[in-house]
Design a protein around this ligand. Structure first.
Ligand SMILES: [Zn+2]
Ligand SMILES: [Zn+2]
Length: 137
């Protein structure tokens, strides 16, 4: 197994662990952004209720009101980074795809989830913006 593959597996595992920190009652999502050379984790995020508010994930509602993992990671990303790789254990929604694109710091998104549908607006948007999308399951 190549060194890169071994590292990708390690970050995939870290992403699943970060997802376990989720406070959402509906779905646990983790997002880990690493430098292009896979040497440094520069931001992490998981989904949960907005900071400072009393936790109240409305499980029956869609959306449930939790802040998505990718958005939480993207807003913590320092502007100096370029060509980062973003790991996420679920397929990014349209809004999160927009957030990832707007960082201008991510060139690769690695999704640790199997496809359940044919078309995903989030993936389509990332691809249209020139971001490489890879499945890692
Ligand atoms: Zn929630
Ligand atoms: Zn999202």
């Amino acid at each position: 197994m190549s060194r890169r593959r071994v590292k990708l597996d390690v970050f995939a595992e870290i992403t699943r662990n970060v997802a376990s920190l989720s406070t959402c009652e509906k779905v646990a999502v983790g997002c880990v952004i690493v430098t292009y050379d896979l040497r440094e984790i520069v931001a992490i995020g998981y989904n949960g209720w907005p900071h400072g508010l009393v936790h109240h994930c409305t499980i029956g509602a869609d959306p449930c009101g939790c802040v998505h993992a990718e958005l939480n990671a993207c807003i913590k990303l320092a502007p100096r980074y370029k060509d980062c790789t973003c790991f996420v254990n679920k397929i990014p929604c349209l809004r999160c795809a927009q957030a990832i694109i707007q960082t201008q710091a991510v060139s690769d998104v690695i999704i640790l989830d199997s496809p359940t549908e044919d078309s995903f607006p989030g993936i389509n948007l990332l691809t249209a913006a020139g971001i490489e999308v890879e499945r890692w399951v």
